[in-house]
Ligand binder design. Structure first.
Ligand SMILES: [Zn+2]
Length: 172
């Protein structure tokens, strides 16, 4: 990772700012470290936590899912692992509230593919590392084919929970 402090900047588009998504500093840091470890390939996975309102939530943990098409410019999760993660989450993480993936080349901005494939009702986090400073941004669309809008992302003070075996292990 290039040098520089972890930054979770406010959304760049004013009109779409809504209730914040909170992510603990430890989770944010582990996401960025995972992104660096998987370089030059992108990776991704599921976000766990609590959804406190229709458009706000708290990301408490994450788990990495296998990238079935390892590439430097896109991430595609194993659909079986997605299904298992959503319907049979392992102990204590809470429900799946979203997905994340990393960008190893370019900003934490949704690509055209990201915009097309983002599932409505979930938080979509992008962690970018190969930029001037590491950055995490969150997006969401409320209805299928609706606009993908940026969510305000805040660093919560709580700890990241009991670690993330899936996020720390290598699955390929
Ligand atoms: Zn992307």
């Amino acid at each position: 990772m290039r040098s520089g402090p972890l930054r979770v900047d406010p959304p760049e588009s004013g009109p779409t700012v809504r209730s914040p998504v909170l992510v603990s500093r430890s989770v944010a840091e582990r996401l960025l470290l995972l992104a660096v470890r998987r370089m030059p390939h992108e990776t991704g996975g599921l976000l766990f936590g609590s959804e406190e309102t229709a458009s706000a939530g708290r990301i408490g943990d994450f788990v990495e899912l296998r990238n079935i098409e390892p590439a430097t410019n896109h991430y595609r999760a194993d659909p079986c692992e997605v299904r298992d993660g959503v319907f049979r989450p392992e102990g204590g993480r809470g429900p799946v509230i979203g997905m994340f993936h990393t960008h190893t080349r370019g900003a934490a901005t949704p690509s055209a593919l990201d915009s097309r494939t983002a599932t409505a009702g979930y938080i979509h986090v992008i962690a970018a590392v190969e930029v001037r400073y590491p950055r995490i941004r969150a997006f969401r669309r409320d209805v299928p084919n609706g606009p993908l809008t940026e969510l305000q992302l805040g660093l919560g003070s709580q700890s990241g929970g009991p670690g993330c075996p899936g996020g720390a292990s290598t699955s390929r």
